[in-house]
Design a protein around this ligand. Sequence first.
Ligand SMILES: NC(=O)c1ccc[n+]([C@@H]2O[C@H](COP(=O)([O-])OP(=O)(O)OC[C@H]3O[C@@H](n4cnc5c(N)ncnc54)[C@H](OP(=O)(O)O)[C@@H]3O)[C@@H](O)[C@H]2O)c1
Length: 249
Amino acid sequence: MPTALITGATAGIGAAFARRLAAEAFSLVLVSRDESRLNEAADQLKLRYGVRVEVLPADLTTDEGLATVESRIRDGVDLLVNNAGFGHPGGFPDVPVEDEVRMLKLHCEAVLRLTLAALPGMIERDRGAVINVASVAAFFTRGTYSASKAWVVNFSESAAAELGNPRIKIMALCPGFVRTEFHERASMDTSGIPGFLWLKADDVVRAAMRDLAVGKRVSVPDPRYKAIVAIGKLVPRGLQAQVSARLGR
Ligand SMILES: NC(=O)c1ccc[n+]([C@@H]2O[C@H](COP(=O)([O-])OP(=O)(O)OC[C@H]3O[C@@H](n4cnc5c(N)ncnc54)[C@H](OP(=O)(O)O)[C@@H]3O)[C@@H](O)[C@H]2O)c1
């Protein structure tokens, strides 16, 4: 049985990846900070899908947490899903610098280190895949969040190109708004977001797996967001930044 390790696997998009990969008979390694929630998720997945599920409690913004997960990945995983992430309550420059750095650690350092831990085994076996969850925010200017997700997209594309091996896939996944715990955790007011822009986590994961199978390096699920990203690329960066800053205020 192939093994998938998913970070941030107890909620939202990560939990949807866990359900989907369990349904495809992957053995799972679930990573997040809350151990009791991990155990609960593991029990449900084992019961429903009859697959092997390990839990690995770790805070991926700490060196200790990262080392624990790197070590498990080096033991062998076939699919790594770097999904754990969060948003800030508030915008630049009001976010405390410690929180900005914590975001960079989770969205960039963890993605870099866990991908680097996974690749030697994948290269040796000549197969494997890494999905790095970014965001459509990567294509716009919106503080450290969008900057960190832009790094994820660029890193994933670069890593895939450097490897140049179609049997080892590296893909950035760029969802739009998804109904998860993300916005509530960040105390974000989502009342102004129109209903038609919300995606379901299971649909995002379905699109991601389809795009991974055909070898895409950047996946933007849903035609609405494909159009938004395409239009965003036509708007000059300076103007985009001004509009974004005004919307943020
Ligand atoms: N929801 C959206 O609209 C949206 C849109 C585009 C991109 N994304 C991206 O999608 C990814 C998943 O977001 P989501 O919406 O599914 O969020 P979510 O529902 O809030 O789930 C976040 C998951 O990450 C875990 N996590 C958070 N901080 C962690 C840390 N320091 N170490 C280890 N695990 C940690 C959480 O568990 P614990 O709290 O127990 O650690 C939880 O399992 C993120 O990278 C986010 O940026 C989300």
